[in-house]
Design a protein around this ligand. Structure first.
Ligand SMILES: *Cc1c(COP(=O)(O)O)cnc(C)c1O
Length: 404
């Protein structure tokens, strides 16, 4: 049984005040809050078995190694990867994307094409531009429509024998649109292109099955799904990970080192140079356990209710325009008040204890498309309530009154 009041008890931060008002945290698409179970995992690690992994013969090191590798297996099962060595621990989505983009430098040549989408986060645009500069490949962009959806007929036209890679986010962070990634993956495979999906916004809401999707690479960050910052994962099909060269050199990632020649370790260690965020990996596993304990079906149903409620209530405000109106959407409402800068609205909401994001949300091309400087973005998690939506609506009305 999904009981939001019980769930809120798991999150200490939700009980604090901001500017003398109870915190209403609606910036979940930027980072999620951390349940006690994950905080406990972090405290337990540093209190009881902090040690470097894969190196020591001593017991502490063994315990830390076991916990870290257990977390990898949890992540493998969560995403239904075939092998645990297909899960590479990273510092987050950005790291995972750069790892793959760097690896492809040596696999691409002039005349090759990379397709990205108009709905991308900057972290999914810049590394590909850099890759194009290095390799001579060309970047193509799947355009979007006014509802904030990718236009699939245009995608079909961009695909050709020149296409080597396609990079799309599963869900847009700025608008909440859920992209038709199964179609995107299948069509890319027909021309022999590999696909990387940015799952930073999907993993807090749904449980992706990488084998059913047949995706080549899938990346995400722990901190958007109740885990710690500076931690994430890259899933890659074994064949692809074997084909890519290592990203960073250092300890952990080698087999044998001499000054003449170094041979690299096998997967996953080849991509995990240096001491990793050991505690972060373990806490990521705890976050996945926590979310599965609540259940992704229950989370999706409840968040959908919040989305519909917030959309209806905000739409009643005269002069308020919502950006991103796809039917396939997660619990994000991006909006503006006519003639008022989003930053000013955000500042007033903060005074009322309401945390929203304002600005371009690291997705300037989307803002350019709508010819706006940015939006106010309220993004809901499963621990938000309808009462909090009401507080937001009252706050927005107040901001409108004060600013117009
Ligand atoms: C947050 C986000 C990223 C970047 O994640 P980091 O944790 O900052 O590396 C990339 N893509 C999308 C869609 C995001 O929402």
């Amino acid at each position: 049984m999904f009981n939001v009041e019980h769930i809120r008890q798991d999150f200490p931060i939700l009980h604090r005040q901001v500017n003398g008002k109870p915190l209403v945290y609606l910036d979940n698409a930027a980072t999620s809050q951390t349940p006690q179970a994950v905080i406990d995992a972090i405290v337990d690690y540093y209190s009881n078995y902090n040690a470097n992994i894969h190196r020591g013969v001593h017991s502490l090191s063994q315990e830390a190694t076991d916990a870290y590798e257990e977390a990898r297996i949890k992540i493998q099962h969560h995403f239904n990867a075939k092998f645990s060595h297909e899960i590479i621990f990273t510092s987050g989505t950005t790291h995972g994307i750069n790892l793959v983009a760097n690896g492809f430098s040596s696999l691409l040549k002039k005349g090759d094409e990379i397709i990205v989408s108009a709905l991308e986060h900057h972290s999914n645009i810049v590394p590909w531009q850099m890759l194009c500069e290095r390799s001579g490949a060309t970047l193509k962009v799947i355009p979007m429509n006014l509802e904030g959806e990718l236009i699939m007929s245009e995608y079909d036209k961009l695909l050709s024998a020149h296409t080597k890679l396609v990079f799309v986010n599963h869900i847009s962070n700025a608008l909440g649109t859920i992209n038709p990634i199964k179609y995107i993956i299948d069509e890319a495979h027909k021309v022999g292109a590999a696909v990387l999906i940015d799952g930073a916004q999907s993993c807090p809401h749904i449980k992706p099955d990488v084998q059913a999707l047949d995706v080549d690479f899938y990346v995400t960050s722990a901190h958007k799904m109740c885990g710690p910052t500076g931690e994430g994962m890259l899933y890659g099909k074994e064949d692809w990970l074997n084909k890519l060269p290592p990203y960073q050199g250092g300890g952990e990632m080698i087999d044998q080192v001499t000054f003449e020649k170094t041979t690299y370790a096998g997967l996953p260690h080849k991509f995990e140079a240096g001491t990793p965020n050991i505690c972060g990996g373990i806490a990521f596993g705890a976050a996945i356990d926590y979310m599965n304990g609540i259940g992704f079906d229950a989370i999706a149903d409840y968040e959908h209710e919040l989305l519909e409620y917030a959309t209806a209530k905000l739409s009643e405000i005269e002069g308020l325009k919502i950006y991103g109106t796809s039917k396939q959407k997660t619990s994000v409402v991006s909006f503006n008040l006519e003639g008022i800068h989003p930053y000013d609205v955000g500042t007033i909401l903060d005074k009322l204890g309401i945390a929203v994001r304002t600005g371009h949300h690291c997705a300037q091309p989307i803002m350019d498309f709508y010819k706006i400087p940015g939006t106010v973005r309220a993004s809901f998690a499963f621990y938000n309530t309808k009462e909090e939506v009401d507080t937001l609506v009252t706050g927005v009305k107040k901001a409108k009154m004060m600013l117009s």
